[in-house]
Design a protein around this ligand. Structure first.
Ligand code: SF4
Length: 100
C-alpha cells in the first residue's frame, strides 16, 4: 500500500458520487451514533442511484452528511469501507496529496 498523507481538504468527502454502504457499515455507524439500524437508515441514508444499495445522505451542495465544518469526518472511527479504501482503490481529481 502506497504512503498517503491526507491534507484534510475534504475533497473526497465532497466528491459528487455516492458513499455506498454495506450491511457492516450500517451496523458500525449505527453503533457509533447510538442508534438502531432502522433509525440510522431513516436519518442518514438515501437510496443510491443504482436503486440497489443505500448511500450516505448528502448535505446541500453534495458533501457527505458527516463532513464537519473543519473538514473532519464526524464518524471517522466507524467510517464506511468505501471511505477507508480511498485513495487505494478509487481516487478523485484535485486531491492535493496525490500526484496530478
Ligand atoms: S463518512 Fe466521513 S470519510 Fe466518509 S465521505 Fe463521509 S465525511 Fe468523508
Amino acid at each position: 500500500m502506497e504512503h498517503f498523507a491526507c491534507q484534510g481538504c475534504g475533497a473526497c468527502c465532497r466528491w459528487s458520487g455516492h458513499v455506498l454502504l454495506t450491511a457492516a457499515d450500517i451496523a458500525a455507524l449505527a453503533r457509533q451514533l447510538a442508534l438502531t439500524e432502522d433509525e440510522f437508515i431513516q436519518r442518514h441514508t438515501a437510496l443510491a442511484a443504482n436503486r440497489a444499495q443505500l448511500s450516505l445522505a448528502e448535505q446541500p451542495g453534495g458533501a457527505c452528511c458527516f463532513l464537519g465544518p473543519d473538514n473532519a469526518c464526524l464518524v471517522y472511527a466507524a467510517r464506511p469501507q468505501q471511505c477507508r479504501d480511498f485513495p487505494h482503490t478509487w481516487r478523485v481529481a484535485g486531491c492535493p496529496a496525490l500526484p496530478p
